[in-house]
Design a protein around this ligand. Sequence first.
Ligand SMILES: [Mn+2]
Length: 306
Amino acid sequence: MSHLHEDKHWPRAHAWLAGEHAYSTQGLLRVLGAPVTLGSITPSRCDLAPKAIRDALTRFSTFDVAHGYDVRDLLVEDLGDLPVSNSSVEDAQQPIEQALKGAIVSADAVVVLGGDNAITRPALRGLHSNLKQCGLLTLDAHLDLRTLEGELRNGNPVRALLADGLPGENIVQIGIQAFANSAAYFQIAEDAGIDIIPIEHVAEKGIEIIVERALHQLARRVEVIYVDLDLDVMDRAFAPATAGARPGGLTPLDIRRAAYLCGAHPKVRVMDLVEIDPTRDSNDMTAMAAGACLLSFASGLLGRLQ
Ligand SMILES: [Mn+2]
């Protein structure tokens, strides 16, 4: 990164992720890459996303002005990427589940860098042995409840988790888009007791109230919460690197605020960032939005630890 102007008074977020931190630190955040790409219904290069997100952090500082936290006060350990970029989703299940089981031990939280949305099922399964004690909060344009006839894909991780025994009442889905889901799959959600919050409701109430309510609702039922942040929940204008984003979605600021609140909540143990194909990105805007969410989650975690 020698082309970047270096200023010792302006520490960069990529250096923090690489291990540079304040003299004394609090807590532990682990970061794990899961570059699965073969689950994508639209052929993708989501395997390139972990590197694109890490690279995007060269453009960010470590200081969150709004909350007064510097993420350099939080210890972070980057575990690197799992060797799953050429694996089928089926073959990637075990390595991702096992890696999550290891990563969560003695860490306050883990951020998983996808990869396509197929990583959410094994990552959540690695979080807790009893799915009845797990909550799932998705920020996603899609229900991800497609049929399990055929293969595990990025379109059916939530359906697979229901089949695994995750109770529908333990799932809240925020940002679901019109004309991006079918009536048949919406009926599956209804029958399972999943709480669906369409994008229109988020626009009306504001993202912070919606996320706070969802976390509160889940926290009453479960011990741990998994957050699946599919970047396609953003407006298509902000998320060119995702195949599935629709016109009329969330802004980068909305998802960053959501990530802060998730980081701050004591029961949130994992957040994933999925569906970025850097070869489709424009001006790195989707990768930068994801990088900002990683940093805001870390800032929220500092808030949690105070
Ligand atoms: Mn999704």
